[in-house]
Design a protein around this ligand. Structure first.
Ligand SMILES: Nc1ncnc2c1ncn2[C@@H]1O[C@H](COP(=O)(O)OP(=O)(O)O)[C@@H](O)[C@H]1O
Ligand SMILES: [Mg+2]
Length: 446
């Protein structure tokens, strides 16, 4: 790549200050150069006049870290959410420790998902070298050398507080989770006596918005375990080799403080069969994942691995071998009982008058839990609008909900029709029996 080309690319970025694609091309080019000084100098001019996506700004953070120019990165990266986490890394690299500590603490307080094992460790080290910090961090339960015991942590994800009660309906699935997951987890000795192994993982599948994530959280709640939600796409965005390290660190972090539920949402991002996969570098990551999961090297006691996917047919069968995701549960769209429970939960505490939920339940077949939530929100918007016109609080009425019903459509039908095809024509060893049973039952009802 000639200097002239790079200069042209920089000029193009200046001319199109909103083009994420262009900017990322520039960064990619920079990675291929022996000395990307021109690009770093450009970045050091600052972000004024540019309007880039958060994703691009995170990419800038990664780039400047890799090029050992974190000061340039700081000019571009804000302090909220994912970007905030990137900023913490930049601050650390610039040796601005107090600022890094302050921001990280703020991010983790706001949302447990901002917690990153490697940052916990790095900041624990920072804390160990400064008395003031020692009061803030005791992240992994490790003791800080000279300080002795340290007060309870700021960052450790809390034990999950929602439980099965919060999840409407799905009684069958809850029963199966209780029997196959929670009991072996709570009474490992009993199961050992019958030579049944705890461990392995549970994969939930079903249409989006029907409570998979919620069930995973509730399972952690029922076990009194803490809940670590792993977004696979966040792991994948890193450089080659980094993803594996990061994944291993997550497992370490989970083992360091059991009982923990480790939840992999959108498992297909990691576990896709070749023909579904867009990621050619996935194989090293997959083997890291399977090794960690098999737990040959480490003891996975007290670690419960759950995963969810909307596209079970895209999952590589290697992931379903014994000891891996060998228990597979269908999380169906809510039935009448479940819809009623979800609607009640959503309506609780909102001003309302004379609602006939039975009628609504009849009209919402095929609605996911998320669709129902959306329905109630939409109806509330209508009531709020009326209240503003009337200058008093108009309680939510049946008409509002019925009107909202015109705007909100069920989203599970499309999923069910693809699932039906897979169940009929590619029902790998009866994997989708539950889907067929569900479709059968519902066909009869109509
Ligand atoms: N069975 C349920 N009971 C109560 N709320 C539900 C249920 N299913 C879905 N919801 C609502 O829909 C939202 C999305 O559900 P989620 O668990 O994220 O779905 P999934 O992970 O299957 O896509 C939840 O935050 C909750 O508000
Ligand atoms: Mg989910």
């Amino acid at each position: 790549m000639s200097d002239q080309t790079v200069e042209d690319l920089i000029e193009a970025c200046r001319a199109m200050p909103k083009s994420d694609a262009l900017f990322r091309t520039l960064l990619r080019t920079g990675r291929e150069m022996a000395a990307p000084d021109m690009i770093l100098n450009f970045l050091r001019e600052g972000a004024k006049g540019f309007s880039l996506s958060s994703e691009t700004r995170c990419a800038i953070a990664d780039f400047t870290l890799q090029m050992e120019a974190p000061d340039a990165g700081l000019l571009w990266v804000g302090d909220a959410m994912e970007e905030g986490v990137a900023r913490v890394r930049l601050l650390l690299a610039c040796d601005k420790r107090d600022e890094a500590v302050g921001l990280y603490r703020q991010l983790c307080d706001a949302d447990n998902n901002n917690h990153r094992p490697d940052l916990d460790r790095a900041l624990l080290a920072v804390a160990a070298s400064s008395r003031q910090g020692a009061e803030i961090f005791s992240l992994t339960g490790e003791k800080i050398e000279e300080g002795g015991d340290v007060p309870p942590t700021g960052f450790q994800p809390e034990r999950e507080t929602i439980s099965f009660e919060n999840v409407g309906g799905l009684e069958d699935v809850k029963k199966q989770i209780a029997r196959k997951i929670i009991m072996p987890f709570q009474k490992p000795n009993l199961f050992q006596r019958f030579r049944k192994k705890a461990g392995g993982g549970v994969l939930m599948y079903g249409p989006p918005g029907c409570g998979k994530t919620m069930l995973a959280r509730a399972t952690a709640g029922e076990c009194g375990a803490r809940f670590l939600n792993v977004e696979i796409t966040n792991i994948l965005d890193m450089y080659i080799g980094e993803s594996e390290k990061r994944l291993a660190a997550i497992f370490d972090e989970a083992r360091a403080n059991t009982p923990t539920v480790l939840f992999f949402d959108e498992l297909e991002a990691l576990a896709a069969r070749r023909k579904f996969s867009h990621n050619n570098n996935a194989s090293a990551l997959v083997s890291t994942f399977l090794n960690e999961m098999d737990g040959f090297a480490e003891n996975n006691e007290g670690l419960l691995i759950l995963a969810a996917t909307n596209v079970p047919w895209a999952i590589d069968p290697a992931f379903r071998r014994p000891g891996r995701f060998d228990r597979i549960l269908f999380v169906a769209p809510p039935d009448r009982v479940a819809r009623l429970a979800i609607l009640k939960a959503q309506l609780a505490g909102r001003p309302q008058e004379g609602l006939q939920l039975d009628r609504l339940v009849e009209r919402t077949a095929g609605f996911s839990g998320a669709d129902l939530t959306n329905l109630v929100e939409t109806a509330c918007d209508i009531a709020i609008e009326e209240s503003m016109g009337a200058d008093r609080v108009e309680p939510l009425q049946q008409d509002h909900l019925m009107e909202a019903l015109h705007e909100c459509k069920p989203t599970t039908l499309e999923w069910l029709s693809s699932a039906k095809n897979y169940a009929r024509y590619a029902n790998e060893g009866g994997l989708y029996e539950d889907v067929l049973a569900f479709l059968d039952k519902n066909a009869k009802k109509r």
